[in-house]
Design a protein around this ligand. Structure first.
Ligand code: HEC
Ligand code: HEC
Ligand code: HEC
Ligand code: HEC
Ligand code: HEC
Length: 189
């Protein structure tokens, strides 16, 4: 029997239609994910700064740049001054470093995009965790191997509580660690 135009359109269009539907599911799932638990969120940054190069290959200590991590609530992201300790000399003719130097000379802060964030109504403090020996890797993954930082673990309430109730499951490199609080007022003050 001779094939009609309709047969052809169905044969070609149907797979395309199904593909588009599947694709839009995948896209909505992954794109909207950061709104839900943040996992996989890795925004493009104003300067192509590589943790793998600086914290991995060159082994610069995390706290050289994230100076607040053992002192208080926030780890802090370094100001351009810290970069310029090295980059007034290192690679100063490279395009990304020229861009960096412009921020420095115009005294403008770098508009780094925030990746990890708990909402205002929840209280998190770096120092209480870090000073007990909990390593960055337990909450942020292996940042020293990342070209671009990406969120590895979610910080939903369940994620905080999973570790608080059974910390040894996630922090097995420590001999001993107290449980974290699970009363509401510890995190909602
Ligand atoms: C030379 C400075 C420098 C060093 C060393 C460094 N960082 Fe960073 N870090 C940055 C800068 C700049 C950003 C913001 C840009 C970005 O996200 O890549 C950042 C961002 C981050 C973020 C994401 C912050 C957010 O917005 O949520 C994490 C997590 C982080 N660093 C962890 C680490 C860890 C862990 C180490 C050590 C293994 C480390 N950093 C070493 C400079 C540094
Ligand atoms: C302790 C010194 C040091 C500090 C601090 C430092 N860097 Fe670097 N950075 C280097 C060196 C050295 C290289 C070149 C490494 C190589 O290519 O082997 C480099 C390379 C780079 C490059 C790649 C340049 C290219 O295209 O080759 C960028 C971008 C960069 N750094 C950005 C930053 C930013 C942004 C900061 C601050 C958050 C920073 N660096 C802090 C030493 C440093
Ligand atoms: C117990 C889990 C945990 C550990 C351990 C931890 N972080 Fe974080 N980190 C978080 C959470 C949660 C946030 C989001 C905080 C917020 O929104 O107030 C965050 C945010 C950040 C940020 C974004 C800026 C800021 O100040 O909030 C940076 C940078 C960062 N962490 C770096 C580090 C480094 C470096 C270490 C290790 C020295 C580390 N973190 C250890 C959970 C952790
Ligand atoms: C990897 C394990 C781990 C994760 C993830 C974690 N915590 Fe903790 N947290 C602990 C441990 C262990 C303690 C208890 C430390 C101690 O007192 O010895 C603690 C203590 C605390 C305290 C009590 C300290 C104080 O200031 O009174 C608060 C509040 C807290 N965590 C909030 C959070 C929040 C909010 C999150 C999620 C965004 C979170 N934690 C994620 C392990 C974790
Ligand atoms: C270890 C810290 C921690 C403890 C303890 C905790 N919460 Fe939360 N809670 C959080 C964090 C972090 C969020 C934000 C979650 C997110 O961004 O998805 C949150 C979110 C919430 C929300 C907003 C809705 C939601 O589920 O996201 C409510 C309501 C809430 N908590 C109530 C409580 C109550 C009631 C208790 C006591 C039974 C409690 N929390 C104990 C950390 C905690």
């Amino acid at each position: 029997m001779k094939k009609t135009v309709l047969d052809y359109t169905l044969k070609i269009r149907l797979p395309i239609v199904l593909f588009v539907i599947a694709l839009s599911f995948v896209i909505t799932f992954y794109v909207s994910r950061p709104e839900r638990d943040g996992i996989g969120y890795a925004p493009e940054q104003p300067i192509k700064f590589s943790h793998k190069l600086h914290a991995g290959d060159m082994a610069i200590d995390c706290q050289y740049c994230h100076t607040g991590v053992a002192k208080g609530r926030h780890a802090l992201v370094p100001s351009v001054n810290i970069c310029m300790n090295c980059h007034t000399v290192a690679r100063k003719n490279k395009p990304e470093i020229i861009k960096l130097t412009e921020y420095y000379e115009q005294d403008k802060p770098l508009p780094w995009k925030r990746i990890h964030k708990v909402p205002q109504y929840a209280y998190f403090n770096h120092s209480v965790h870090v000073n007990k020996g909990i390593q960055c890797i337990s909450c942020h993954g292996d940042v020293a191997q990342m070209e671009v930082v990406s969120q590895v673990h979610g910080f939903t309430m369940t994620a905080c509580l999973d570790c608080h109730r059974n910390p040894m499951a996630q922090i097995d490199y420590l001999e001993k660690i107290n449980k974290g609080p699970d009363n509401c007022s510890a995190c909602h003050r």
